[in-house]
Design a binder for this molecule. Structure first.
Ligand SMILES: Nc1ncnc2c1ncn2[C@@H]1O[C@H](COP(=O)(O)OP(=O)(O)OP(=O)(O)O)[C@@H](O)[C@H]1O
Ligand SMILES: O=C(O)C[C@H](Cc1nc2cc(Cl)cc(Cl)c2[nH]1)c1ccc(Cl)cc1
Length: 327
């Protein structure tokens, strides 16, 4: 048993039980299985470090969280939401993959895909703006990933260029799921008897019971419905998507003011302008996403068919092609 304590290599081990029968055992990875390297970045409750698996030389990003700090800052819920969400989103190239979690005396560890080209925001700052081809490519990979998340009942709720990472081939890896909302499978209430009144037996549609509340994302990308009735829904991610498309082409987000309150005022008033020279087709797309009523926003299918994405091959082909040169 002692090799389990030492955090021996993951995988299955041949063992013999009391009756001499072969037993296969799963053992967890531990800190000792990795050679830690450079620090990739710091979060409010975390440090992300590049690490190599001693067994197979594979490189990962390991997100390390201090247990005492997590508990003191009351972030336990967020850590477990991040783990549960990432465990539901395991087979899409656009989501940062979670391979293992483990803990020791002081820390919690998430072993993640290494996105070695950093944040989309950083890359955007280098070129100030993207041209239409780059915006189309990165917009398409982000949208394809949102489609996958929503199909699995996950609303990200904090989509922004800082949370869109890039791998060594400059393909998208979306991260930061600690504030995501997992939509419970809709539960139809049992049929009420007729005198129970309308509200008791009202047919709950997916939207009603799948609303999320309490968390508010990053000011510039927050949807109006989150500000007016504290409810996020899948369409809230598409509002953020519209802000990202605008920002890639304009070099700044559509709603930005001196402080958060003034930014929120602009959002609920839909107060934004397109800079001169903003491409007309992209403008039409953004205008159909930055719509105050979430029900009136373009659906993912309609976005995919929008003229702005003409020429994009959706599905696996999108992820096999070379990323365009940034200019
Ligand atoms: N899988 C990854 N590969 C490469 N770099 C990463 C990866 N995950 C996070 N990073 C980088 O590490 C830094 C910290 O990320 P982390 O998710 O821990 O905190 P954060 O979300 O940026 O901050 P906060 O928790 O305050 O929102 C960020 O700059 C991020 O770009
Ligand atoms: O072993 C698991 O997979 C489940 C645990 C659950 C868990 N144990 C915790 C202990 C502490 Cl002190 C804080 C949090 Cl948020 C904790 N979450 C866990 C361990 C590591 C990570 Cl990264 C997340 C959750």
């Amino acid at each position: 048993e002692e090799w389990q304590e030492k955090g021996a290599a993951v995988g299955v081990r041949q063992d013999i039980d009391a009756n001499g029968r072969p037993v296969l055992k799963h053992v967890k990875k531990g800190v000792k299985d990795f050679q830690f390297g450079r620090t990739l970045g710091e979060g409010s409750y975390s440090t992300v470090i590049a690490a190599t698996d001693r067994q197979n030389g594979k490189e990962y990003a390991i997100k390390v969280l201090d247990k005492r700090h997590i508990i003191k800052e009351k972030k336990v819920k967020y850590v477990n939401i991040e783990k549960d969400t990432l465990n539901r989103l395991t087979d899409h190239p656009g989501v940062v993959r979670l391979y293992y979690t483990f803990q020791d005396e002081q820390s919690l560890y998430f072993v993640l895909d290494l996105a070695s080209s950093g944040e989309l925001l950083g890359v955007l700052k280098q070129t100030t703006t993207f041209d239409e081809e780059c915006t189309r490519f990165y917009g398409a990979e982000i949208l394809d990933t949102i489609d996958y998340m929503h199909a699995r009942g996950v609303i990200h709720r904090d989509l922004k260029p800082e949370n869109v990472l890039l791998d060594d081939q400059m393909h998208v890896k979306i991260t930061d799921f600690g504030t995501a909302k997992i939509l419970e499978v809709p539960h139809k209430p049992p049929i009420q008897n007729s005198d129970a009144g309308p509200e008791a037996g009202s047919p709950l549609d997916g939207a009603d019971i799948n609303k999320a509340n309490s968390f508010v994302g990053t000011a510039e990308y927050v949807s109006p419905e989150l500000l007016t009735d504290k409810q996020a829904c899948k369409a809230s991610d598409l509002w953020a998507f519209g802000c990202i498309i605008y920002q890639l082409l304009a070099g700044r987000p559509p709603f930005k003011a001196g402080n958060e309150y003034l930014t929120f005022q602009k959002i609920v008033a839909l107060e934004y302008q397109f800079p001169k020279g903003f491409p007309e087709v992209a403008k039409d797309l953004v205008q159909r996403l930055l719509v105050l009523d979430p029900a009136m926003r373009l659906s993912i299918e309609h976005i995919k068919n929008h003229q702005f994405f003409d020429g994009i091959t959706w599905g696996r082909g999108l992820w096999r092609q070379k990323a365009p040169k940034l200019k």
